[in-house]
Design a protein around this ligand. Structure first.
Ligand SMILES: *Cc1c(COP(=O)(O)O)cnc(C)c1O
Length: 370
């Protein structure tokens, strides 16, 4: 993370305390009320739980400092993604999405948006920089992509999309605002699943939309209020708590991922390793330019589906689970979900375990299985 990011994070940790009156709780209260005292409507700070809630506001303030932009909280990453897309695909009817990105975004586009008359075009992340973005299209990027960890140049694509009268959305889930700042690079909207590293403890679904365009923000807030896709107070509170340690967790996770990627790359059983922090990685040059850290996700292949499953079963410090970004290292053979990857491809999410015991477990599992 750069110095500005560190300043932002220090500010984030104190944003609530800075406004406290004597005797008020330092942690935000969990306010789960659906209704608020309303003798008259004018001037009420809160009215009804689908419109606003104090505990979301605490987490939206925190996310707003992280993104340096107004943020709208949602009950999951997909709720945020669908809200952003529904808010902008009103007059615009052309949507370009990554062919190799998060599969639910593709399914949502194909099954729901297409049925509402949106033309959905899938483009591999590696070809996004040169793809035709004419016609005022909404372009949706994921960089590094999940699970292939392919990167593309956000600033370059933002300039092309803007020149063509389009609009750029970036799913920043794999990086978080600590490591990559799409709005600063020219994107109109950031969406993210805070279910992953920001929540960080594998116990909440959450998401947010960030934008500096007041008109888009208003449409997204209106979508939330009218569709009813509102987060719960307890989840908002857990995210607020999780984010407080995001920076220290990311520091450990990214440093461990760098070392583990280097060691995996040297292991004879590992092929097609992807980690943007390795100088040999096809995405290294662009990752170095636009990211201030290389993340905690590593992709690699073992010889077959069976050898990948055997490795995962044999490694006590890699939880076999879908999802990523939690305190525990986690691994998954992504082909089981139909992702366009080799049968023996594993997505490894590096957690906060001390490095050497974690690497020891990975190495032993690689050495004893075939
Ligand atoms: C997990 C994920 C999502 C969806 O988040 P949910 O909270 O599960 O709805 C979206 N985009 C990416 C890149 C993800 O990894």
């Amino acid at each position: 993370m750069d110095n500005q990011g560190k300043e932002r994070f220090a500010k984030l940790l104190h944003h609530r305390a800075a406004a406290l009156q004597k005797g008020e709780p330092v942690a935000p209260p969990i306010v789960s009320a659906t209704t608020f005292h309303l003798p008259e409507v004018a001037g009420a700070s809160h009215v009804y739980g689908r419109m606003s809630m104090p505990t979301w506001e605490a987490v939206e303030a925190q996310l707003g400092i992280l993104e340096d932009a107004p943020c709208v909280a949602f009950p999951s990453g997909m709720a945020a993604i669908s809200a952003a897309l529904m808010a902008v695909l009103t007059d615009r009817k052309r949507l370009i999405i990554p062919a190799d990105g998060y599969y639910v975004t593709r399914v949502f586009s194909a099954e729901i948006l297409a049925a509402y008359g949106v033309e959905v075009i899938e483009v591999p992340t590696a070809e996004m920089e040169t793809t035709d973005v004419s016609g005022g299209a909404v372009v949706f990027l994921e960089t590094p992509s999940n699970p292939g960890l392919e990167c593309c140049d956000i600033a370059l694509i933002a300039a092309r999309v803007r020149a063509a009268g389009g609009l750029l959305i970036v799913d920043n889930t794999t990086m978080t605002p600590l490591l990559q700042r799409p709005l600063d690079l020219g994107a109109d909207i950031v969406v993210a699943a805070d279910t992953k590293a920001p929540g960080g403890h594998s116990d909440i679904l959450f998401g947010h939309v960030a934008t500096r365009d007041a008109g888009i923000e208003e449409r997204v807030r209106n979508w939330r209020k009218l569709s009813g896709a509102v987060p719960g107070a307890f989840e908002a509170w857990l995210l607020h708590r999780g984010i407080e340690t995001l920076e220290v967790r990311m520091e450990r996770m990214c440093a461990s991922a760098q070392t583990i990627a280097e060691r995996l790359a040297a292991h004879p059983r590992v092929t097609n390793l992807r980690f943007p922090g390795l100088p040999t990685d096809p995405s290294h040059a662009i990752a170095k330019r636009q990211m201030s850290g290389f993340g905690f996700l590593i992709g690699f292949e073992l010889a077959s589906a069976e050898s990948a499953e055997a490795f995962l079963a044999a490694c006590p410090f890699v939880t076999q689970t879908t999802s990523f970004g939690g305190t525990h290292s986690a691994g998954e053979r992504r082909a089981r979900w139909g992702d366009p990857v080799a049968p023996g491809f594993i997505r490894l999410s590096v957690g906060v375990e001390p490095l050497e015991p974690l690497w020891g477990a990975i190495k032993t599992a690689l050495d004893v299985t075939q």
